[in-house]
Write a protein that binds this ligand. Structure first.
Ligand code: KIV
Ligand code: ZN
Length: 398
């Protein structure tokens, strides 16, 4: 029995965050995770208030199937999704794995670019179109939350895409996900393409449009945001730390903080609890063994560090001078000023106060500051322990 007809006009005032760390993220060579590790990450994604968690690809392996099933039982607040190719066997397996979920989504895909259809699938376009329709029809027997992706969408022919997308919406697909599978897109063109497709495909407003970008040219975040701002997409598919095939996927932390920090521009509500971002990043990094580069936006160790004296002075006077986000808003426990040879007396004195070190007079501060500068000439970064040692050496010298 098909499920009830979905709302013909979905809410477009909010943006859905679809996390695929456990599916596309895991496709990153060397990033495989055990079932229990995936459940831990899924629980953290739930704390982060991710709308949809793509928990795996049920037909890919018994391990993936078990992980999706375990996550479907463990998580109650987020929708749980399984990927499946556009065939009955994969879809049935996805439905079985998702059975315990409070809310479930089947995400089915088939390639639509000439290259993929000819060389990989060895199918004619008409066969691909027919298979896509049948897949949605079959998936509708299991759930009314169905996502369809025309794989290699950014290299597919627009006329053909229009026909496929019209057909799958007519069959009941509720999310149309537009993938830049090989990270080939550039932002404006990508956004324009989605805008045109939404304009041309009949009944396009019956579905939420989504973007799924890869980072081969370092443009995944920019392309995703262009898909939203220019194209009108209202779901972004992304991963923690940008983990994913080859150069990775769109980073969750970057798109979320861009949407939040520049709410004046995007004007879209996002349900993420941003204070859970850094804990999620650390957990994924620790489980996969993939270190986060220090200068990575939002979650890198240096993302909120200020090394130049002028910047440190500015931050101490008003944080907004050099900070567009608050470290504590993304889950860092404290804003971090790195003390080194470029640091000024003000920053040094403020650190003394944070460490509870009270020097009697300004003259003592000056002497300690001079010793600090000597040390900083020999050592790139001065840690709290160095300052404590330096001040207690001062005590002994007196
Ligand atoms: O990159 C891609 O095309 C995918 C699809 C399965 C959505 O991951
Ligand atoms: Zn992908």
């Amino acid at each position: 029995m098909p499920h009830t007809t979905p709302d013909p006009k979905p809410d477009t005032s909010r943006l859905i965050i679809f996390d695929t760390t456990l599916r596309d993220g895991e496709q990153s060579p060397g990033a495989s995770m055990t079932r229990d590790e995936k459940v831990r990450i899924a629980r953290q994604l739930e704390r982060l208030r991710v709308d949809v968690i793509e928990a795996g690809f049920a037909a890919a392996s018994p391990g993936d199937f078990e992980a999706i099933r375990a996550i479907s039982s463990a998580v109650r607040d987020s929708t749980i999704c399984s990927l499946s190719r556009a065939n009955d066997r994969d879809i049935a397996r996805a439905a079985e794995a998702l059975a315990p979920a409070a809310r479930k989504r089947i995400h089915t895909f088939i390639a639509t670019s000439p290259l993929h259809m000819q060389m990989k699938l060895r199918m004619e376009p008409e066969q691909v179109l027919e298979q896509a329709k049948l897949a949605i029809r079959y998936a509708r027997k299991h759930t009314d939350d169905i996502e369809f992706s025309p794989e290699d969408g950014s290299r597919s022919d627009e006329e053909f895409l229009c026909r496929v997308l019209e057909a799958v919406i007519a069959e009941g697909a509720t999310t149309i996900n537009f993938p830049d599978t090989v990270g080939y897109a550039v932002p404006e063109q990508f956004g324009e393409r989605i805008r045109r497709l939404r304009e041309r495909v009949p009944n396009s407003d019956k579905a939420i449009w989504s973007v799924h970008c890869h980072n081969d040219l370092g443009l995944a975040v920019a392309n995703s945001l262009a898909g939203v701002a220019i194209g009108g997409a209202r779901q972004i598919e992304c991963t923690i730390n940008g983990l994913g095939e080859r150069a990775g996927n769109t980073s969750l932390e970057e798109v979320v903080m861009a949407l939040r920090t520049r709410h004046d521009y995007f004007n879209l509500a996002v349900g993420i609890d941003t204070t859970q971002i850094v804990p999620a990043s650390k957990m994924v990094s620790q489980i996969t063994g993939f270190a986060v580069q220090p200068n990575k936006a939002v979650v890198g160790a240096n993302a909120f560090a200020h090394a130049s004296g002028i910047h440190q002075d500015g931050i101490l006077k008003a944080r907004e001078t050099y900070e567009i986000m608050r470290a504590e808003d993304v889950g860092w426990t404290a804003n971090k000023i790195v003390l080194g040879k470029l640091s000024g007396r003000n920053a040094f004195k403020s650190r003394l106060q944070e460490l509870g070190i009270e020097l009697e007079s300004e003259a003592e501060v000056n002497t300690a500051f001079a010793r600090f500068k000597e040390l900083a000439d020999r050592k790139a970064e001065i840690f709290d322990e160095d300052i404590m040692a330096l001040v207690s050496a001062e005590d002994h010298a007196q």
